[in-house]
Design a binder for this molecule. Structure first.
Ligand code: NAD
Length: 297
C-alpha cells in the first residue's frame, strides 16, 4: 500500500484564505481589523524566524500585526506590564508570547497573565481547563491543525483508535483531549510506555509528537492507518549539510499507512494558519459576532 500524502502546505493555504475572507468581511461590515500581538524576548534565532513568519502571514491575511521585541535581560515585571497593556488594548485580539522564554522568566506565570480571551496559543490554565472539560476554549495551534487535517481526511473520527505519542502540554495532552472530543478511543504513549510498537499497532490514527528523528517505523503501523507527524528534527546528511525529518520514518511508514503528513510540509504550515484562525475566532468572540465555521475545534 502507498499512503496518501496529506498536504499541510496546501491545506494551510486554504485555511489562510478562509481567514482572509473573514477579515475582509469584518472590516467591511463592522469596521473591525483583527489584531495579533507577538512578543519575543531575546534573540533565539529559531524564535526570530518564527516571529518574522507569523508577522508576515498576519499582514498577508489583512490583520494588524504588533511585534514587541524585548531585550534578553527584560525583567519579569516589565514583561508582565507589557502583557497588561496588550490585555487592555482593544486593537489587540490575540497575544502570543514566543516560547521558550529566557530561564529567568517564569513561563507559567507569563502565560497565565494573558487575558484568556486573547490567549491564541491556548496555554492559559483557564483554556487548558476548558478544553479538558470539553468546553469552548482557545485551542493550542499545533494540535488544532492536526485535528483539522484528520477531520478533512476522515470526516468523522468517532470510534477510531488514536494513539498520541508524547505527553507535552503544548502538543500531546491537548491533542489527546481534542481526539477525545471527537469521540476517538485515545491512548497517550510516552517515554515510559511499555511495548510502544505494540501500542502503536492498535491505532487507526497515530500522532507522533516526540522530538526523536524517525523513531516511528513502518513495522509499527497498522495497514491503512493515518500518521500525523508533528516532529521537527534536523539531522546531518551523509553528504554534508542537514535536513529536516519528522518523528516518523517517512518511507517505511508511507509504505504501510493509508495517509501520512510529510515533514516539512505537513503539520508545520498548519500551526501558523491555526494561529491566524484563533486570532479571528478571538476577535469575533470579543465583538459578539458569529465565528467563521471550520476554524476551531
Ligand atoms: P516535548 O519534549 O515537550 O515532549 C516530548 C514527549 O515525547 C514527552 O512527553 C516524552 O514523554 C515523549 N517521549 C520522549 N521520548 C520518548 C520515547 N522514546 N518513546 C515515547 N515517547 C517519548 O516535545 P513537544 O514540545 O511536544 O514537541 C514534540 C516534537 O514536535 C518536537 O520535535 C517539536 O519540535 C515538534 N513540534 C512541532 C510543532 C509544529 O508546528 N510542527 C509544534 C510544536 C512541536
Amino acid at each position: 500500500m502507498s499512503a496518501k500524502i496529506i498536504d499541510g502546505k496546501a491545506f494551510a493555504a486554504t485555511v489562510r484564505e478562509k481567514v482572509g475572507a473573514h477579515v475582509a468581511r469584518l472590516k467591511e461590515e463592522h469596521g473591525i481589523t483583527p489584531g495579533l500581538a507577538v512578543v519575543l524576548v531575546g534573540e533565539d534565532p529559531a524564535s526570530q524566524v518564527y516571529v518574522r513568519s507569523k508577522g508576515k502571514m498576519t499582514v498577508e491575511v489583512g490583520m494588524a500585526s504588533f511585534e514587541h521585541k524585548l531585550d534578553v535581560n527584560t525583567s519579569e515585571s516589565d514583561l508582565l506590564a507589557l502583557i497588561a497593556q496588550l490585555n487592555a488594548d482593544p486593537k489587540v485580539h490575540g497575544i502570543l508570547v514566543q516560547l521558550p522564554l529566557p530561564s529567568h522568566l517564569d513561563s507559567d506565570l507569563v502565560m497565565n497573565s494573558i487575558d484568556p480571551a486573547k490567549d491564541v496559543d491556548g496555554f492559559h490554565i483557564s483554556n487548558v481547563g476548558l478544553l479538558g472539560t470539553g468546553q469552548k476554549s482557545m485551542v493550542p495551534c499545533t494540535p488544532l491543525g492536526c485535528l483539522m487535517m484528520l477531520r478533512d481526511h476522515h470526516g468523522s473520527l468517532s470510534g477510531m483508535n488514536a494513539v498520541v505519542i508524547g505527553r507535552s502540554n503544548i502538543v500531546g495532552k491537548p491533542m489527546a483531549n481534542l481526539l477525545l472530543g471527537d469521540s476517538c478511543t485515545v491512548t497517550i504513549a510516552h517515554s515510559r510506555t511499555r511495548d510502544l510498537p505494540g501500542v502503536v499497532r492498535q491505532a487507526d490514527i497515530v500522532v507522533a509528537a516526540v522530538g526523536r528523528p524517525e523513531m516511528v517505523v513502518g513495522d509499527w503501523i497498522k495497514p491503512g492507518a493515518t500518521v500525523i507527524d508533528v516532529g521537527i528534527n534536523r539531522i546531518d546528511k551523509p553528504e554534508g549539510g542537514t535536513r529536516l525529518v519528522g518523528d516518523a520514518h517517512f518511507d517505511s511508514c508511507a509504505a504501510v499507512a493509508g495517509a501520512i503528513t510529510p515533514v516539512p510540509g505537513g503539520v508545520g504550515p498548519m500551526t501558523i494558519a491555526c494561529l491566524l484562525a484563533n486570532t479571528i475566532t478571538a476577535c469575533c468572540r470579543a465583538n459578539g459576532l458569529a465565528e467563521p465555521e471550520g476554524l476551531t475545534a
